[in-house]
Design a binder for this molecule. Structure first.
Ligand code: ADP
Ligand code: MG
Length: 264
């Protein structure tokens, strides 16, 4: 079966996209799925947070977008994450300009991921609605939107929803919002509970059941080159992401084989 491809997108920075990408990847790997993370952010945080040194990359997602390397050539295994990484570094910032001149400029990633030998591909998008993000959206079956339950979060969402509608109408009929993921959640904060209720009222079952709590272990993990799920499996944040991986797999009709079965 061809890979299911998802963008982790939100044009705001610091909302938890990268944390969601690497931890969902590690969580899906733990329940026996073959996963590729594509880092589409020139900051390379998903690359570093997966234990792959962005400064040492000879080939990266940049080369794949410009078709000077294949996915198989450019990907690296995450040493401890249990998944593969198509890494990014500052070079990727240049791709934005170089791609504009090229044909099929928004479909480069889609081409590279066709027949990719994975169950899931997770694309960590940069904090913008740029040509890089557009490459992610054109390649994907769906979008996962991490968001903090703050007042302005709802405002920002309408731009993203409109972009997704336009891409759906003009470039990629497969694209849909899979769901909104509440992250960095603190139930003691009344405003967060209120925004959470508004989200459910407005988006219904597009709001994932799993809620990711604010948890310092998730924030500490990247400096060790590890997803939080691997860094401290017993932490509340790690457990929430494993729950989220199960929810995703179940929602997409690919439930876990057996809770206790280890991957082959
Ligand atoms: P983005 O990729 O959207 O810019 P990040 O995933 O890098 O966002 O998260 C922004 C910051 O918040 C990072 O320092 C990250 O470690 C921290 N962070 C993300 N999720 C959580 C969480 N659930 N609890 C605590 N800190 C978090
Ligand atoms: Mg990021």
């Amino acid at each position: 079966m061809a890979a299911r491809i998802f963008c982790i997108a939100n044009q705001k920075g610091g909302v938890g996209k990268t944390t969601t990408t690497v931890n969902l990847a590690a969580g899906l790997a733990q329940i026996g799925r073959k996963v590729l993370v594509v880092d589409l952010d020139p900051q390379g945080n998903a690359t570093m947070g997966s234990g792959v040194d962005k400064r040492a990359l000879e080939t990266s997602v940049y080369d794949v977008l410009l078709e000077s390397a294949t996915l198989a050539e450019a990907m690296r295994p995450s040493p401890q994450g249990g998944y593969d990484v198509l890494g990014a570094n500052r070079e990727l910032a240049g791709a934005e300009v170089e791609l504009v001149e090229l044909e099929r400029r928004e479909r480069r990633l889609r081409g590279a991921l066709a027949d990719a030998p994975y169950d899931f591909v997770l694309v960590d998008c940069p904090p913008s609605l740029s040509l890089l993000t557009l490459n992610g959206l054109c390649a994907a079956h769906g979008v996962i939107v991490p968001m903090q339950c703050e007042y302005f979060a709802l405002e920002g969402l309408s731009d993203l929803v409109n972009t997704i509608k336009q891409v759906h109408a003009n470039l990629n009929r497969d694209l849909e919002i899979i769901g909104l993921l509440r992250v960095m959640f603190d139930p003691r904060i009344t405003l967060q509970q209120q925004v959470s209720e508004q989200l459910k009222a407005h988006f219904g079952d597009k709001v994932f059941e799993t809620v990711i709590p604010r948890n310092v272990r998730l924030a500490e993990a990247p400096s060790y080159g590890l997803p939080g799920v691997v860094f401290d499996p017993a932490s509340k944040g790690a457990q929430a992401f494993v729950d989220f991986a199960r929810e995703m797999a179940a929602r997409l009709g690919r439930p876990a084989p057996q809770p206790e079965t280890s991957p082959p």
